[in-house]
Write a protein that binds this ligand. Structure first.
Ligand code: SF4
Ligand code: SF4
Length: 53
């Protein structure tokens, strides 16, 4: 389960994702097919907007 809540669109997660799984247009969208759940975006998000379970 991937949920984005409270994203401010800073794009940091997109820059740190090594699997090119994130696009940000106003708010982040994660491609679940590409995401390997490495949790890097979760660690970097300044507002804790990414929840991956
Ligand atoms: S968990 Fe890892 S692979 Fe998935 S979107 Fe975040 S940084 Fe990319
Ligand atoms: S790092 Fe967090 S606030 Fe920034 S674009 Fe990604 S999900 Fe949104």
């Amino acid at each position: 389960m991937i949920e984005i809540k409270g994203c401010v669109g800073c794009s940091l997660c997109m820059l740190v994702c090594k699997f090119n799984a994130i696009r940000v247009f106003g708010e982040a969208k994660i491609d679940e097919e590409k995401c390997v759940k490495c949790m890097r975006c979760v660690d970097y998000c300044p507002v804790d907007a990414v929840n991956i379970a």
